[in-house]
Design a binder for this molecule. Structure first.
Ligand code: 6R9
Length: 657
């Protein structure tokens, strides 16, 4: 990354100091950095004290067989007890754990910790009756309804690792995950709601079960089904069991037992660009410690007064760590939202924030950009003054979106925490602290206390400030993945082989240090382009495009080019008010990038499109755009949130309009 491009990205040079009141009462203060650096293990031992252990650990970290870590060795605990029962025992049984907001507008329900305890106990009893024991795997394929969380916690309670498969995935994707982790039971619903209409889930489970049996000889023994939409479903009495016939009738008391700190908690499959999905394994004590600590520190959570809302789907790691395990371990009150952001009206999210007086809000840049596109009148019509901390996750947040988020949603008052982490890291690793850090739009800033990261060259040299390289984590951390399910070798090869001599974790992201030493995550290394020998970040060019007043969203890919190795190809969505952008829109945008970053970054092509292909977690699937840019047949679209988007894009481009 050259000095010139770096300084361009930093053009937005405002810094946002933490509000004085928030800083004064902040959960984590500046001293924490030094404290953690002095005695890492001591610091992590203190964080583990947030949990209730049935048996205390003998050793904080066993790193004698890297990269296979053991945290809180010898300790025992139950994750569900920590997320539910202990809050009831502490006298908070009547406190709301979940304000569930269903998609049909009046479908809502508030669930207290005591109610959650009863439901989780019922589900634990029912799963036990279905033959699920400690160590057995349970696949969960459900909409965003409370039963999904209840099922996850019930699994944790009986020591059965869950694997949640996003409800938008195909039966094929479900089958491959079920087979990979040899799931004994699948928990699902007849269907869920999408933009007001019921959409079926159970048929995909039936298909997946058949595929698993035919192709791989794997038998799913039972399918537990929540009646959500009431739509017709095929039924096999020997396999299928209704939730209302089993869970709802089971005893509301269940005796939990403690599990070893390293007992597997769940397997989460990452979408992976190609090949077989990777089953990321998280275990109990370290993972829960990481979630509880970061949720408390990064969002400055005050469980007595805050109302927290994370808009992720539970089929994604963010839903696991920051809807289920972090917030519930901390005894928070949170909103759980079933629907899409703009259904039945564009301002639905802002209405929910107003209604529940949400104080902490956590979402993805892609959502923020789509709201920018709709214009500020929509959020301005709502009272959002309850908000005090805003979070961002999933991809780099471009400075324009950061500033809009802060000003329009946060009333120019709230800190924005840009949180970098991965399925593999289990919890937030790099982020500002809302009461400590002077926020810089676009930068995830520095590792949080207890985490050690660096940006290094191919050879493993730490890069000086002002330069870019690869992001690595240089010390083990409690919520780190333990392996790839069933594939220790792939675990070593993927994350630990590139810097094997140093023993560092290779994150697969490019990053740079600015002149202050703050970190800017640039995106996956495979998203870094090389144009005429210059390294260019897709994000940087996207950011330049989005800073143009007519552009709502942009995705950039590097396409093969005879002359320059790779060439910059941009796909843009225009803002509603820009209409078709005018005849010269393409030239206007190419020149805009030239002006913003430099001639080297000027796109070879700019294509105006109606939509961009995204996964459900909001990541743009650049691989598909690269197929378009390189005139190939478009590859596998099964992990797209909306698989028709590619047809829309191709149609638009061939019609030339
Ligand atoms: C939590 C989650 C991980 C990848 C990661 C990086 C990108 C996530 C980011 C970010 C820049 C941030 N990413 N947060 N990039 N700034 N704040 O997203 O997990 O789905 O496994 O994705 O997402 O590229 O490597 P996961």
């Amino acid at each position: 990354m050259s000095e010139e491009t770096l300084s361009n990205l930093l053009k937005e040079d405002r810094r946002f100091e933490p509000p004085a009141e928030l800083a004064a009462a902040a959960n984590l203060k500046e001293e924490a950095y030094a404290r953690a650096a002095e005695d890492r293990e001591g610091f992590w031992a203190e964080q583990a004290e947030r949990l209730t252990w049935s048996k205390k650990w003998d050793q904080v970290l066993d790193w004698s067989n890297p990269p296979f870590a053991k945290w809180y060795v010898g300790g025992e605990l139950n994750a569900a007890y920590n997320c539910v029962d202990r809050h009831v025992e502490a006298g908070n049984g009547d406190k709301v754990a979940i304000h569930w907001v269903g998609e049909p507008v009046d479908d809502k329900r508030s669930i207290t910790y005591a109610e959650l305890q009863a439901e989780v106990s019922q589900a634990a009893n029912a799963l036990t009756d279905l033959g699920v024991g400690a160590g057995d795997r349970v696949a969960i394929y459900m909409p965003m309804i409370p039963e999904a969380i209840v099922t996850m916690l019930a699994c944790a309670r009986i020591g059965a690792p869950h694997t949640v498969v996003f409800g938008g995935f195909s039966s094929d994707a479900l089958a491959s995950r079920v087979v990979d982790c040899q799931a004994k039971v699948v928990v699902t619903a007849d269907g869920g709601y999408r933009r007001g209409a019921p959409s079926a889930l159970k048929p995909a489970v039936d298909e997946a079960r058949a595929k698993a049996a035919e192709r791989d000889g794997h038998t799913v023994e039972k399918v537990l089904v929540v009646k959500r939409t009431g739509q017709e479903v095929d039924w096999d009495d020997s396999v299928d069991v209704w939730w209302h016939d089993s869970v709802a009738k089971a005893p509301t008391e269940h005796q939990w037992r403690a599990f070893d700190s390293e007992h597997p908690l769940y397997v989460m499959y990452t979408s992976g660009t190609t090949g077989k999905p990777k089953g990321i394994l998280h275990t109990t004590g370290g993972y829960l410690t990481g979630c509880a600590y970061t949720h408390w520190a990064v969002f400055d959570l005050k469980p007595e007064t805050d109302v927290y809302w994370c808009t992720a789907d539970i089929g994604w790691v963010t839903g696991h760590s920051y809807i289920v395990y972090g917030p519930l371990a901390n005894g928070a009150t949170q909103v759980l939202y079933e629907g899409t952001p703009d259904s039945p009206e564009k301002g639905r999210w802002w209405q929910v924030i107003e209604e529940y007086c949400v104080t902490i809000f956590y979402t993805a840049p892609t959502a923020i950009r789509s709201f920018m596109k709709q214009g500020r009148e929509i959020p301005d019509a709502r009272d959002l003054s309850s908000l005090r901390v805003l979070g961002s996750v999933g991809e780099p947040i471009n400075p324009e979106a950061y500033v809009w988020y802060r000003e329009v949603i946060g009333g120019d008052r709230t800190p924005v925490v840009d949180t970098w982490w991965q399925t593999e890291t289990g919890a937030i690793m790099i982020s500002p602290l809302p009461g400590v850090t002077a926020g810089k739009p676009g930068s995830a800033m520095i590792p949080i206390p207890g985490v050690s990261a660096d940006v290094v060259t191919e050879e493993g040299e730490s890069v000086p400030n002002g330069s870019g390289g690869y992001l690595v984590l240089t010390e083990p951390w409690p919520s780190m993945l333990r392996t790839i399910w069933g594939d220790d070798q792939r675990f070593k090869d993927t994350y630990w082989s590139r810097y094997a001599d140093q023993g560092w974790y290779f994150a697969g992201d490019g990053a740079k240090k600015d002149t202050d030493g703050d970190l800017w995550v640039l995106g996956r290394v495979d998203d870094v382009m090389n144009v005429s020998g210059h390294r260019l970040s897709t994000t940087e060019i996207e950011s330049a495009l989005v800073s143009h007043p007519k552009v709502a969203e942009a995705a950039v890919v590097g396409a093969k080019d005879e002359d320059t190795g790779q060439a910059v190809c941009a796909f843009v969505i225009l803002r509603d008010e820009a209409g078709d952008g005018g005849d010269d829109i393409v030239e206007e945008l190419r020149n805009h990038v030239r002006k913003e970053i430099g001639a080297i970054a000027k796109p070879r092509q700019v294509m105006v499109v109606p939509e961009l292909p995204k996964t459900r977690s909001g990541k743009i699937m650049r691989r598909l755009l690269r197929d378009v840019a390189e005139h190939r047949e478009v590859g596998d679209v099964t992990t797209l949130a909306d698989s028709t988007v590619m047809d829309l894009i191709s149609g638009k481009l061939t019609s030339g309009k």
